[in-house]
Every structure is written in structure tokens, then in C-alpha cells.
Design a protein around this ligand. Sequence first.
Ligand SMILES: [Zn+2]
Ligand SMILES: [Zn+2]
Length: 362
Amino acid sequence: MSKKDYYDILGVSRDASDDDIKKAYRKRAHQHHPDKAGGEEAKFKEVNEAYQVLSHKEKRKQYDAYGHAFEGAGGGAPGGGASSGFQWDFSGGGFNGGEGFSDIFGDFFGFGGRGARRKTNQGEDIQASLTIELEDSAFGREKEISLKRVIACDRCNGSGAEPKSETISCTHCSGTGEVRKQFRTPFGTMAQNTTCTECHGRGKVPKHKCATCGGNGIKHATDTFTVKIPSGIETGEAFGVAGKGNAAPFGGTVGNLYVSVSIAKHPVFTRQGDDLHMKVSVGISQAVFGDKVEVQTLHGAINLKIPAGIQSGTIIRVEGKGMPRRAGYGKGDLLAVVNIHTPTKLTRRQKELLEELKKENL
Ligand SMILES: [Zn+2]
Ligand SMILES: [Zn+2]
């Protein structure tokens, strides 16, 4: 298969609309159709391949981002034939929408660098969300979480075999681990080798299947374990936990867990990046004469110096008493917003004194 640019093959620009692509495809498919006089099978295939990618939003995006690179990323094409790892077979014919294309393309467009051929005995990654306290993030605490996931069967240790059962060659794939599947498409039948669903690519199966899991070595369970919260994590961010995703059949690689974090509202502190904001209330005389006020920070009590003559709304910055900085060492700051408290309940003495002040226009 050609490594020519898909856009060139269809003769459209890189910013062509879906409509333009469809029109260009129809024209060229018609022109090169192998059943037609002057048709050319190789070109027809090329046009179809280009169209299957460019007409699919996600695939087009990936193609724009990686170009043909995906072809070389992983297993690639067996035998170096068709670049996309499947062969065209025009014997079938007839329109039969359905499955086919998306499944096949979904496979060899394996996301990112995973490569053309998806690893078959790999458990899925799973996601969870977790609400934590600000302190959990500040100190990178451990939290217990409980979630449903696929785990290895404990009776057979994930092997799928009854204890002490021997393994035999898989009859479904004759021990090769692969079966050849045919797909009907608008352009004929396509064939692709897929992993055997009986043995999951191993070519071998236990003679006696495990009585607990029925032979696939996995089971659904609620799993409870502790995770370490990355210190400084913010709402909306996620962290990964290796090996806590779904287990794969027959003791394959366990997927990963991704936990997205949301931090509960704190009664005292409001977070802004690495900094924390808090309100500090002072009395009238403290504001006038200045004072030292004990303030509870996340990192213990401190004496906050209130300068004489402070105005309401003034922010006093205390370095290093905020959240741990995610990018590197140290901590953010604590920003204390000073509020001068106007008393509403006064003792007789206080009232007398304030009356005196009033006479002085204070
Ligand atoms: Zn098999
Ligand atoms: Zn089992």
C-alpha cells in the first residue's frame, strides 16, 4: 500500500470539509473501481483506505497528528504486505454495512504509541473519582478507596485452570492463538487475523477449567485498598495507580487505575494554585495600635504580625505556609485577609470609652 498522503490520494486540501471528502471519494472510487473498464484495483484500495480514515472524525484527527507513523508504531503489517495489517478480498461483494471497518480500524489505530496491534492479554484501564480534604492534598496522605474491578480469580491464581489440571492445545485456533475473521464491507470482504477468544492468544487452554471463574481466570469484585494522594494535587487533576485496573484473562497484565480528584470545600482556607487564602479578624484597637495574633495555618499555629494602622481588606502574606508546590520543592504562601471587626455588643465601660472617642471625631 502506498505511503502517499491520504489528502493527495483523494485530491482534497487538508482543511477539506466532510462533504468535500465524500464527493472526492465518490468520484475517485467510481473512476478506479476494478469492475470498470480502466479501473485499477490498487488505486481503488488506496482511495478506500484514504476515505475510511478521512471520513472518520477521530481517525482523521489521529492521522493529522501522526500521519502514517501509526503504521510503524507497533507490530505493523504481517509480512510487510498491506500496510494496515489486513488484506482486501474482492470475492465477496455486496453491501452490508454494519461492523467491519470500525472494528478493524479501531484495532490498528490503537491509541497513541501503543502500536498497530493491541496487546491482547492486557486488562483495561479504569477510572474512578475521589473527593478528598484539602489536608489530604497538602500532606500527601493515604486514602482508602473501594471500587468494583476485575481481579484475578483466587482459586486458580488467574490461570483459569483447575488446580493441578494440565494444559492442552486450543482447538478453536489449533494452538496458533489467532483466528482468521472475515468482514463484509461495501467494497467486498476483508479478512483479518484476530486473537482467539478461547485461549486469548496463548494457543493453550487448561484441560479442566477452574470451577470458580469458569476458566478465564478473572472475576468481578469490590476491591478495597489504600492509595497515596500526590501532595499538592488540585481539583480536576488525576493520578494513576499502576496495576489497579482490570485484570486480564489467564493472568495477563493488569490495567491501571486513574483517579480524578476533587477537593472538598475547606471551612477556613480557599486555595488559589499553591497559595491559600484565609480571613483574619482583628478588633478596632488592634487595628489602630498593631498586634500579634495567633493564627492556625495548615502547618501549625503562627503569630501573625498586624501592623499599626492596618486597613480592612489588607492582605498579609506569610511565606511557605500554603500548599506544597507541584512543580518542585517548597510551599506556596498563606494570604491572610484582614477584617476589622466592628463590635455590636458592648460592655458599659466599652460604650463609655467609645462615647469619649466619638467626641474626638474618631
Ligand atoms: Zn485459541
Ligand atoms: Zn479461577
